[in-house]
Design a protein around this ligand. Sequence first.
Ligand SMILES: [Zn+2]
Length: 340
Amino acid sequence: MSIAKPASGLRADGSASISDSPRDPRDPREANPAVAYSRIAAPPASECAWCGHQFGGEDTRRPGRIRCAKCGVATTSPWPSDEQLGEAYAPWYRPEGGRFSGFGDKVLRRMRSTLANRLHRVLPEGPILDVGAGDGNLIAAFRRNGREAVGVDPYAAKNHPHVRAVELEEMTGAWSAVIFWHSLEHLRRPVQSLRHAAGLVAPGGVLVVAVPNATSLQARVFGDYWLALDLPRHLVHISPQALLSQIEALGFRVERVSYTRGGQVLFGWLHGLVVRLPGHPDLYDAIRRTEARQGAAGPAVRLYALAAAVVALPFALIGSAIEVAARSGGSIYVEARREE
Ligand SMILES: [Zn+2]
């Protein structure tokens, strides 16, 4: 078994491939697939994972994170160990049968298709690289359009035909687009990864990034209970300003910014309103399939969460409308083009 094999169909035209670095024989997944695997070293605990600023008295400490006074991005603190991340990404997190009950997974697939169809129309010819591709839904949607598409995800299932269990930094080549769909915040060195991705985008190609908006109205209203804090999986908590200035510093022209396209706006409000009720019912867990739940909540608690969500819906709609109108939505979506 080797990760050094080039991505099939891509090397032939020289456009893109996985670099020929030899496989590390100490790859911990070989011994224990549950252990988190990353070749990327964690940043020192004393510094901002976004900008490298040394934390001091001026930085804001909150439960589970420190907000950098210099760049405004918060770093998860204490930083999770490999073992903690391994548990956080254990098979329950993304079971083969899908994460959500009933039509939830269908809705997600439909949203991925809409995104892929639109990007397929606006992108120049060439292959697509999806960073943190997970179960490969976005890749599959591009491939239905006849577009070459490959994903990388260190936690990908083995033997996925188009999603490779490698780090972004192991990829080379020239790509029409590199997409971070809610994955940048999971990476140990997000700016280093953005820089590597920028080097993979062909002239005229596009960098696409969607992340939770850590300065959104819902993030501020729900604080430590905000859905998209998602500790310990989210290692950085990014502001639109920090993201946009970094992308521009890499030589990209920002063409589209959306506070709705990245999703998680209405659900962020619903989850936040429900979890503040007595007993802190977890709506996100309640809508997941049995095998995809982290908590051990019984049917009564799940029913309580779902009923509360119905009552909370009008308030969640109002909150969503206010934050989107104020360009402070629960997620930020950016498309930026590399100059020709
Ligand atoms: Zn910083």
